[in-house]
Design a binder for this molecule. Structure first.
Ligand code: FES
Ligand code: MG
Length: 574
């Protein structure tokens, strides 16, 4: 299945043939009005589009694709846009994450099965970035990423309000009796008032930053707002560039090396990025055969200073980040920590791209010497409660809770949690450790973003806003709190989390990277032996997913999707 070396164009295996099949491939395409010379061997560029009205964050992608096409045509290529499954974080149930791997299969097979020489990935809402990156990586054609850009800052009653983060904050105020439901609802149209993705440093902005840090997009990809015309210009330049990449045969795997992932991990720490980046980067690396481990996030990232004062960890929003200089300014600041020689899609190294990047606002983008938060990258904790690890984002946690010992209050499912958390008789106070089970990859299924459980009203009413929470779930990148996430193995896979009981003492010690259930080994073994696995789904995608999904510490990809199959030309269709 290996493709011959350039100047052979893969697309010519379809369009370059003087036979019946060549007729079929060309003739049907021409029904869209394309002149014959577009099929003359110039690079055919697939524009992989996640536009959907059900993915509001990507709602502007058809327009954006037009600007990519301009660039492709200008550079002498032939653009063909195609849709793939689009995952809308705010609409899809039970969680968009359940379908990340499914969408990646769509992407992979759409690329490999079609007459495409190079790909532009149009990515925005949280899962659309990893699903496209994963699928494209398993093909490994020349590939360039283009993110949709964040929304303009939310504006509510004269103040900035951030996607997600503002929802979590205000809904807790409602629960504490500090805000009425009516006031809360009146913010709906004010929080999200332009096209684009969440404008906090949530998962979408984190992943857009990862794309840029990995070098698989043009510089400035992460922060330019969706509504800013510079996003269109970037799209056009992206279109021009992919044509050159095909001519130079720069494949995805040449950019996405182990060193590039190390740069991404360090950058994620420097921007206070989402814990979801851990799972997504592990999964993308897995497709490329790049050795990346959960531990790498701790070893490489945890000592890196967070220099970006953005919500949910800080104050500002993505629009401010853009005007302050965007990701190049952050990467310039941490350049001594990066592999500066990594190649990026524009043919230049990371160093060449960022070494002169200006910063226009030091309150938004701080310096390594005077950081926003020192050593605040993601930490990996382990112990008898999480033998394969769990993650916590110290920059979003409360300092005083990073070392904490308290009795467990256990919820068997998120429904169990919701039905009891507001009960005034629930035996819980601020010293308790909230434990949520069965929300991992297999358990939910799909590993929902429910790890940042709301606090009980009786604790909130004391003015307390954080407690230690432990689960096998994920948490929204826009959320915050002392939440231990991604506990592996998960409860539904028979991890020790499954047998935690009310009143068990749990010790969290982040400086020592420890998560310990104070129950004897014998007792733990006895409980685990009595544990019964939950029933599995019987058909369809749920069944395939639950039977084959890997645990969180491996990236939660399906086991048979790890690795790639290249982009050899499949056999004839007729
Ligand atoms: Fe789509 Fe946040 S919900 S980016
Ligand atoms: Mg999210």
């Amino acid at each position: 299945m290996d493709s011959p070396k350039p100047p052979f164009r893969r697309s010519q295996a379809w369009f370059g043939r003087q036979d019946r099949d060549g007729f079929v491939h060309r003739s049907w395409l021409k029904n869209q009005g394309y002149p014959h010379d577009l099929l003359d061997g110039r690079p055919v560029i697939g524009i992989c589009n996640t536009w959907s009205e059900l993915t509001p964050c990507n709602g502007h992608f058809r327009e954006l694709a037009e600007f990519v096409k301009r660039g492709v045509y200008e550079a002498g290529g032939f653009p063909l846009e195609f849709p793939v499954m689009s995952l809308g974080e705010t609409q899809l149930r039970p969680t968009a994450m359940l379908f990340r791997n499914l969408a990646s299969m769509d992407v992979e097979e759409s690329i490999r099965g079609n007459p495409i020489d190079g790909v532009v990935l149009l990515m925005g809402c949280d899962k659309t970035t990893p699903s496209l990156m994963m699928g494209a990586a398993s093909c490994d054609l020349p590939t360039i990423g283009l993110s949709g850009g964040p929304m303009l800052n939310g504006k509510f009653r004269g103040k900035d309000v951030g996607s997600g983060t503002g929802v979590w904050q205000m809904s807790e105020m409602v629960r504490a009796g500090e805000m009425t439901m009516q006031e809360f609802s009146s913010c709906e149209s004010d929080m999200h008032r332009s096209t684009g993705t969440c404008m906090t440093m949530g998962t979408a902005s984190t992943m857009a930053s990862m794309v840029e840090a990995l070098g698989i997009s043009l510089p400035e990809n992460a922060a330019i707002p969706a509504a800013d015309t510079r996003r269109k210009r970037l799209a056009q330049l992206t279109g021009r560039r992919i044509v050159e990449m095909v001519k130079q045969d720069i494949k995805m795997s040449q950019i996405l090396t182990r060193k590039a992932f190390e740069n991404a991990i360090r950058t994620n720490a420097a921007i206070g990025g989402s814990t979801n980046a851990v799972i997504h980067l592990l999964a993308i690396a897995g497709r490329l055969g790049v050795e990346l481990k959960l531990e790498d996030f701790d070893t490489l990232g945890s000592e890196v200073n967070n220099i970006l004062n953005l919500q949910p960890s800080g104050k500002y929003l993505m629009e401010d980040f853009c005007y302050a200089g965007g990701l190049p300014a952050v990467m310039r600041e941490i350049l001594p920590l990066l592999h500066s020689d990594c190649l990026t899609v524009n043919g230049k190294t990371i160093q060449e791209n960022v070494e002169n990047a200006p910063c226009y606002n030091r309150d938004v983008i701080k310096t390594v010497a005077e950081p926003f938060m020192p050593a605040a990258g993601i930490a990996v904790v382990r112990g008898n409660l999480a033998p394969n690890g769990a993650v916590i984002k110290p920059s979003a946690a409360s300092k005083h809770l990073l070392q904490h010992r308290g009795p467990a209050v256990v919820f068997e499912s998120i429904e169990d949690f919701h039905s009891r958390i507001d009960d005034p008789d629930l035996d819980i106070d601020e010293n308790s450790v909230m434990v949520l089970k069965n929300c991992g990859p297999r358990g939910y299924p799909g590993m929902a973003e429910v790890g940042n459980m709301p606090l009980p009203p009786k604790v909130l009413q004391k003015g307390i806003t954080d407690m230690v929470r432990i689960s096998d779930a994920r948490m929204s990148g826009t959320a915050y709190g002392t939440t231990v996430l991604h506990t592996s193995p998960e409860a539904a896979a028979g991890g020790p989390l499954a047998v935690v009981q009310n009143g068990d003492i749990i010790e969290l010690n982040v400086p020592e990277r420890k998560l310990h259930l104070e129950v004897s080994d014998e007792e733990l073994a006895r409980r685990l032996a009595a544990w019964q696995a939950p029933e599995k789904p019987k058909r369809g995608w749920y069944k395939l997913y639950v039977e084959t999904v890997q645990q969180a510490h491996l990236g939660a990809d399906l086991d048979f999707l790890v690795g790639g199959s290249g982009a050899g030309v499949p056999r004839d269709s007729h």
